[in-house]
Design a protein around this ligand. Sequence first.
Ligand code: NAD
Ligand code: TYD
Length: 360
Amino acid sequence: MRTYLVTGGAGFIGSNYIHYMFRKYDTDIRIINVDALTYAGNLENLKDIEDRENYTFIKADICDKDAIAGIFAENDIDRVVHFAAESHVDRSIKDPEVFVRTNVLGTAVMLNCAKAAWELPDGSFRADKKFLHVSTDEVYGSLEEDGGYFYETTPYAPRSPYSASKAGSDMLVKAYMDTYKFPANITNCSNNYGPYQFPEKLIPLIINNALQGKKLPVYGDGRNVRDWLYVEDHAKAIDMVQEKGRLFETYNVGGHNEKQNIEIIHIILDTLREMLPDSDPRKALVNEDLITYVEDRKGHDRRYAIAPDKIRAEIGWEPETMFKEGIRRTIQWFFEHEDWMRNVTSGDYQKYYEDMYRNR
Ligand code: NAD
Ligand code: TYD
């Protein structure tokens, strides 16, 4: 039975990935989830699988090398899937240091511990061990409105502290592959959306605010473009890259689903109105008048867009969930998990929201 070490599995994409893997492989795999449970990590995301015999949660910081080395010493890890990171651009603009610590140092610790556990005396690596580093398309920088796509060969040009720290982590993985022939892959994915996404990111924030009749903050002119991918399609891509990808390769993962932020907001409002029954008092609150243009994000990247040609040709991966369907599923999930939203938006979130949006 293969053992996966997943880092950051209590966050948005990590928890969706763990659900996906248990749905697909059930009892044929074992998953150890290591997460420090920062503001973004939430064990409620994993409630329905936490009692599985083939699942273990360990609360640890990926920068803590003794803790991570201990996990490798006590378990014969076959696969690492490394999600753990600070992931929100706005927070990185306010407080870059923790991004460097977690994303760069934390990745160095993960690489070093995996290398130590997997390396043979002659410098080669034990058979069938693999490390997958989950990264972002933001490392490639910002595209012009009509300026083509990001490819795996596009030079890195990160522009925010978040993307710079992710670029640093990617470079470390590349250095391990080049220097030691360390068995790894990197995936650079576009913006994800779906269940369990923390409402500091655009889509869950707009859904949550609209349902409460709160202002919908649009940065700048609202015409920045992101390429949105349903999170389950990302989980599937990660699994397929580990199963079928060529070692040492990078694969871009994206949806060919570019939308301006303002379009996204209109789609969410229309979908909420379609889905809410007339008897629901929240329906009257969902309104275009809530849209509020606010001060732009500093250094706001204009456009991200992935051409997923390589992953399609080599691995046969394609996005399956069309945006219309994905956004309905996401909204339905939020309807069915009101307690989840209430819990994550109580306490610290209120302070975060105040600080981030007060002067905008
Ligand atoms: P998230 O912020 O929702 O989750 C991050 C998780 O990492 C949380 O559970 C948190 O507790 C954990 N974590 C943070 N610091 C840690 C530390 N020092 N030690 C251990 N655990 C720690 O992030 P996400 O949106 O799920 O993103 C996951 C990964 O995917 C990140 O590496 C991110 O860069 C990448 N990614 C995200 C997107 C996106 O649209 N969200 C797109 C492409 C790539
Ligand atoms: P976000 O979800 O933070 O993802 P990223 O910055 O990693 O792409 O933001 C998506 C887009 O939405 C980005 O162009 C910034 C914009 N945005 C707003 O206009 N208002 C908001 O309140 C937020 C959170 C984001």
